[in-house]
Design a protein around this ligand. Structure first.
Ligand code: 5GP
Ligand code: ZN
Length: 114
């Protein structure tokens, strides 16, 4: 999509700090990290949000989570633990409308009850 920020990152039109890349999926550092380590994992194919990708391209969800799995096994994230979050729409505070999964870790995160 020509007016999509993450499609522009995929096309190399906007710079990013990539941490993971395969033929289907890219992971890069979030520009405003909310934890010591904060990455965004996206599919190279544009979809708008987690419901659209689930309904139209569920295999792409598996691609993304396989990318997250390979990445987090390649460093300390799996050993120490991490969190995956996705936002949808205004109440979820979604600001970029290219399906993405936040991977947060690198420090002790707060539990939902604490
Ligand atoms: P959302 O709020 O849609 O769930 O997440 C969008 C994320 O994209 C935010 O965490 C925000 O910091 C990140 N972001 C926005 N613009 C850029 C950018 O130009 N580069 C990178 N690497 N991240 C961005
Ligand atoms: Zn896009």
């Amino acid at each position: 999509m020509s007016d999509c920020l993450f499609c522009k990152i995929l096309a190399g039109e906007i710079p990013s700090s990539k941490v993971y890349e395969d033929e289907k999926v890219v992971g890069f550092k979030d520009i405003q990290p909310q934890a010591k380590e904060h990455y965004l994992f996206i599919h190279r194919e544009h979809t708008a949000n987690v419901n659209e990708i689930s309904e139209n391209s569920p295999e792409q969800l598996a691609d993304i989570f396989q990318g997250i799995s390979k990445f987090t096994k390649s460093n300390e994230l799996e050993k120490n633990g991490f969190r995956v979050v996705t936002n949808l729409g205004p109440h979820g505070c979604q600001t970029v409308f290219h399906t993405h999964f936040h991977v947060l870790g690198g420090e002790q995160l707060r539990g939902f009850g604490s």
